[in-house]
Design a protein around this ligand. Structure first.
Ligand SMILES: NC(=O)C1=CN([C@@H]2O[C@H](COP(=O)(O)OP(=O)(O)OC[C@H]3O[C@@H](n4cnc5c(N)ncnc54)[C@H](O)[C@@H]3O)[C@@H](O)[C@H]2O)[C@@H](O)CC1
Ligand SMILES: Nc1ncnc2c1ncn2[C@@H]1O[C@H](COP(=O)(O)OP(=O)(O)O)[C@@H](O)[C@H]1O
Ligand SMILES: [K+]
Length: 487
């Protein structure tokens, strides 16, 4: 089972180009552009009033439709008795209807913009139409805004953020709230765009959706919750999935043990931890539910592969020795779903093409930025496009970890954004690798397993205090899965 179809449409991320195409399609379908702008302005007005008490509002309006949204908002606020000032980048954006509606009297002369604490600035300079770095007068306005203590509400995107990549083109001021329309844009979650967008609200303004518009998905349980349901009835442990976790020698065993613990709460029926004797003996003293087997060579792993193993997690704490590379080869030759993390990624960093030659479509590579840059040198751009290029290069799925995690190689790339800095703790990536392996062992398709695991893993750290560490993740993951199953 893949992603749920209707949810895919709701979770679509649209690039600014795709959004403009959707806009044109909607207008061609009979909704005048003025109606869309009016709906957009009303949505901003509603969200603005829900979050701010009445206070002086300055609206910065650019030369395009983003500025039009700002003008229309000015009229609504003015009508509701809010003190509004307009700063236009280009007085030409005002047409006769604006002047006759009395907006002229809200205009403040160029050069007088002084954002102050206690006021609200609406940033309606540029949105989807930003097509070059910001300079001149617009840049001055944004820099003043950035240096001020005023609250900021951005229309569509903080002006200066590239909606496709999240990159700052010239300058951009941090918004407390961003109100965008129809669907979120990749730039809300990538690069600086994530931080600068603040709290994101997406307003429905009646844009007609079309699946061709979608360039990526914003991860959400609606996409895959059904796939996690455990079928009731006559089953047995191995039928529910058996995860083989390949660990390393004694002193490095913690990473793979974390992976095994995550696999054992994933809903899979059995987990076997394989490690050289020193690691296996210690693991056996730590585990109850997880089975332990000593590894003297790749044969023990092959026996499990020929038996009941249905997915393999390999790499965390494994080391770089001969046993490690033989086990990795055996894992990949098995054709079973495999998660490659940590040492499995760095083992081939000098000869990545050798590794890529062994991968298949049920392999998922889970690098953090450091591992990624060593395994995929020379790739630049935002995290989403790098993950896509890396997946194409490797011929496997790539889950590139970070505050926004990008997953590429499935039907559509996925961005996961529910993580928090609590996850930046040793062993949290190992836990994620184990959870993905557990889901794949259950027969869940790789792209679904990766997306579900990324979300569940991040959700498990929600509300974590300063004393949180990766040891605490597995029981929290079990709790998240329980909540999902009963919701
Ligand atoms: N797509 C839709 O369906 C809807 C879009 N709406 C609004 O329309 C916006 C898009 O409107 P536009 O396509 O007119 O684009 P924008 O208003 O974002 O900007 C385009 C204008 O800015 C100029 N420009 C671009 N980069 C510049 C730079 N760095 N320095 C100076 N000038 C620059 C362009 O030459 C053009 O005149 C969205 O962001 C949104 O706010 C809403 O009205 C609701 C409906
Ligand atoms: N600031 C952050 N916000 C959200 N998630 C984060 C942040 N920093 C790290 N993470 C997540 O934490 C995990 C860290 O993985 P990794 O770096 O491999 O850790 P380790 O190697 O110690 O196991 C990844 O899932 C990553 O997405
Ligand atoms: K804007």
């Amino acid at each position: 089972m893949g992603f749920e179809r209707e949810a895919m449409q709701r979770q679509a991320l649209l690039t600014p180009d795709a959004m403009q195409a959707a806009d044109r399609r909607t207008i061609a379908g009979g909704t005048p552009v003025g109606t869309l702008v009016a709906r957009a302005a009303r949505a901003i007005f509603r969200i603005l009033r829900a979050h701010y008490t009445r206070r002086p509002v300055t609206i910065l309006c650019g030369p395009g439709q983003n500025g039009e949204d700002g003008l229309m908002l000015a009229a609504l606020l003015d009508e509701a008795g809010w003190p509004v000032t307009l700063n236009l980048l280009d007085a030409g954006v005002m047409d006769e209807s604006d002047t006759s509606s009395g907006l002229m009297r809200l205009l403040s002369p160029t050069g007088t913009f002084r954002p102050e604490a206690g006021t609200l600035v609406v940033d309606a300079l540029f949105g989807a139409g930003l097509n070059r770095p910001i300079e001149g007068e617009a840049r001055l306005l944004i820099e003043k805004l950035e240096a001020s203590d005023a609250s900021v509400l951005a229309v569509d995107l903080p002006s200066g953020i590239d909606g496709r990549t999240g990159e700052v083109l010239g300058a951009a001021a941090k918004a407390d709230i961003t109100v965008s329309f129809h669907r979120a844009k990749p730039g809300h979650f990538l690069g600086e765009g994530r931080r600068l967008s603040g709290r994101l609200f997406i307003a429905d303004i009646g844009i007609v959706p079309h699946h061709d518009d979608t360039s990526a998905l914003h991860n959400d349980p609606a996409l895959w919750k059904q796939s996690l349901a455990v079928a009731d009835g006559d089953t047995h442990k191995y039928a529910r999935g058996h995860v083989a976790v390949v660990g390393g020698p004694g002193l490095k065993g913690g990473a793979a043990r974390l992976a095994a613990r995550a696999a054992s709460v994933s809903g899979a029926g059995a987990v076997t931890y394989l490690a050289p004797l020193s690691g296996a003996e210690f693991a056996a003293s730590q585990f109850d539910a997880v089975m332990v087997k000593p590894l003297t060579g790749p044969e023990e792993l092959r026996t499990l592969i020929d038996g009941t193993a249905s997915a393999i997690v390999i790499g965390p704490g494994m080391g770089h020795g001969r046993l490690a590379s033989e086990c990795l080869s055996a894992a990949l030759e098995s054709g079973l779903p495999c998660v490659l993390d940590a040492d499995a990624l760095t083992l081939y960093e000098d000869t990545p093409h050798v590794l890529f030659g062994k991968l298949h479509e049920r392999c998922i590579l889970t690098p953090h930025e450091g591992e990624f840059s060593r395994l995929f040198p020379g790739l630049d751009g935002d995290r989403l496009s790098r993950a896509k290029k890396a997946s194409a290069r490797a011929g496997a799925m790539v889950l590139l970890k970070g505050s926004t995690t990008a997953i590429a190689g499935g039907i559509l790339p996925v961005l996961n954004t529910n993580g928090s800095a609590a996850l930046a703790t040793a062993g949290s990536g190992d836990t994620l690798a184990g959870l993905i392996g557990g889901f794949m062992a259950r027969g869940i398709a790789p792209e679904v397993a990766a997306a579900a695991a990324a979300w569940v893993h991040a959700e498990a750290a929600q509300g974590a205090g300063p004393g949180f560490n990766a040891d605490q993740l597995a029981p929290r993951i079990a709790a998240v899965l329980e909540r999902l199953a009963s919701s």
